[in-house]
Design a protein around this ligand. Structure first.
Ligand code: FAD
Ligand code: 2HG
Ligand code: ZN
Length: 484
């Protein structure tokens, strides 16, 4: 890609405008009129250290009005902008490609209101997910989304990517739980759609376009979201299973027997768990190795009732030899350790130098076949070895949100390598297209999947998306060069 020459290059005068507007020293990182290379690094490089921009300016507004003035100035002057939350995105959408200004929401981090009768939380977009959840925990509620990056990602970033995560099975997608949004459009208009209503059928539901919009049509500044009651009884079980067939049977049984208390059903293959062990030095919860593992969580209101159900379920699946072995957490620490075996895989897979991540929706019966096929392909091409350091790939691992038919295929490498990338792309996307899956289940498209949207969307749909983009952002200044 080439830098779009329509965009103005940042000048000292522009920097002065932002400094005057935002006032405080810490609100602007200025790499144009002074040396700020080190300070800019964290905003220019993504979490995987795969994508790197060349932004010379980071602005950190504290109010919606400031965001509005920033956007109006950028639009009037044709300065390109990259909205950024916690910078944990996995598709290269959160960092600039060239010299786009980074508009980071980190200082917009206030809870605006919470009603413990309705469970409706209204907060700034830059509130860190874990902070929102802790605030809610003190008030007997839970954020309807949870994910491994909770300590860094923002709720605004979650909305911009339409993150799915570990609780979607129970609480549904953000398209249902988000009740209202406040967003700033590229020309500075404040879209005040911060409704607190669960029902509101008054014409087009425009906020939905911002959920999963990946910062291409506006900046999300405020969020109104419906948060459920926190369950007093939470159980976590970690199970070992002999095959993917058995995993599917266990999922059916879990839905049938745990039904309304089932809050997560996660899948990990043995390779993903071995990689976690290798990267962290920790040991796995079960003594013997099993080809597959599942993490099951239940959340309910009555500890005795839930334990009784979970015990009956476990007895049944063990007696039927669906599950080979398992362990149930006896306290909060044990539960966290079991969850770490699942949540830690994402980081473990990039621990050894590089990673190629594919976040896919695949019909459940076929879901794991991709991992087997991919591993076989990498062997055939002689690109993979866990011990031989001369091979680029350490391992191919599969894990994900079984309950949502969402597979994470991670190819852990010793370095970023064009040969590996060519062996994987578009092969993975063709595989998924043939099974009517989606090439992006929950992480978005960003820069990584820009060239591959056509594997999951028709010409007509892509054309409509481009028309929407042009309507909201006629100058194309919002997160340019990315998927749209
Ligand atoms: P960023 O990374 O900063 O930005 C992501 C995108 O959103 C960019 O395109 C950016 O321009 C845009 N954006 C950010 N904030 C705004 C805003 N206020 N207004 C407009 N646009 C904005 N995802 C899942 O779905 N499920 C998971 O289970 C999951 N687990 C993860 C685990 C780890 C360890 C990591 C590193 C990532 C994980 N992710 C997961 C990826 C996920 O997309 C992000 O973690 C999260 O949703 C992004 O939030 P963020 O604040 O970091 O956004
Ligand atoms: C998860 O479910 C995240 O752990 C990250 O969505 C997946 O790193 C990945 O590929
Ligand atoms: Zn995920």
């Amino acid at each position: 890609i080439q830098r779009d020459s329509r965009f103005k290059k940042l000048s000292a005068e522009d920097v002065k405008f932002f400094k005057d507007l935002l006032g405080s020293e810490s609100a602007v990182i200025d790499g144009l009129t002074q040396d700020a290379t080190d300070d800019l690094e964290g905003f220019n490089a993504d979490w995987m250290k795969k994508y790197r921009g060349q932004a010379k300016l980071v602005v950190k507004p504290q109010t919606t009005e400031q965001v509005s003035k920033i956007m109006k100035y950028c639009n009037d002057n044709l300065l390109a902008v990259n909205p950024q939350g916690g910078n944990t995105g996995l598709v290269g959408g959160s960092v600039p490609v060239f010299d786009e200004i980074v508009l980071n929401l980190g200082r917009m981090n206030k809870i605006r209101s919470f009603d413990d009768v309705s469970g409706i939380l209204v907060a700034d977009a830059g509130v860190v997910l874990e902070a929102a959840d802790s605030y809610l925990a003190e008030r007997g509620h839970i954020f309807p989304l949870d994910l491994g990056a909770k300590g860094s990602c923002h709720i605004g970033g979650n909305i911009a990517t339409n993150a799915g995560g570990l609780r979607l099975l129970r609480y549904g997608s953000l398209h249902g739980t988000v009740l209202g949004l406040e967003a700033v459009l590229p020309d500075g208009t404040i879209m005040d759609d911060l409704s607190k209503l669960r029902k509101n059928n008054t014409g087009y539901d425009i906020k939905q376009l911002f959920i999963g919009g990946e910062g291409t049509i506006g900046v999300v500044t405020g969020v109104s979201i419906h948060c459920p009651q926190r369950s007093p009884a939470v159980n976590v079980a970690y199970l070992g299973l002999p095959s993917y067939e058995h995993v599917q049977k266990a999922f059916r049984e879990a839905k049938g027997q745990l039904s309304e208390i089932l809050s997560a059903f996660e899948l990990m293959d043995t390779e993903s768990q071995q990689l976690y062990v290798r990267a962290t030095g920790k040991s796995l919860p079960l003594a013997d190795e099993h080809p597959f593992y599942c993490l099951i969580e239940t959340s309910g209101s009555n500890p005795d009732h839930d334990s009784e159900k979970l015990t009956a379920f476990l007895e049944h699946v063990m007696a039927e030899e669906i599950v080979a072995d398992g362990v149930v957490a006896e306290n909060e620490t044990q539960a966290q350790n079991l969850w770490a075996c699942r949540e830690g895989v994402s980081e473990a897979s990039q621990h050894f130098g590089g990673v190629y991540k594919y976040d896919l929706s695949i019909p459940l019966p076929d879901l794991y076949q991709l991992v087997d096929d991919c591993r076989a392909r990498m062997r055939e091409l002689d690109l993979i070895s866990i011990d031989d350091e001369s091979k680029p790939i350490l391992d191919v691992v599969g894990y994900g949100h079984m309950g949502d038919s969402n597979l994470h295929l991670n190819v852990a490498t010793r370095r970023y390598d064009k040969e590996v990338e060519k062996a994987l792309e578009p092969w993975v996307y063709e595989w998924v297209q043939k099974r009517q899956g989606s090439i992006s289940a929950e992480h978005g498209l960003g820069l990584a999947k820009k060239a591959f949207v056509g594997y999951s969307r028709s010409e007509t749909m892509i054309k409509l998306m481009k028309q929407m983009k042009a309507f909201f952002d006629p100058n194309g200044i919002m997160n340019p060069y990315k998927y749209i």
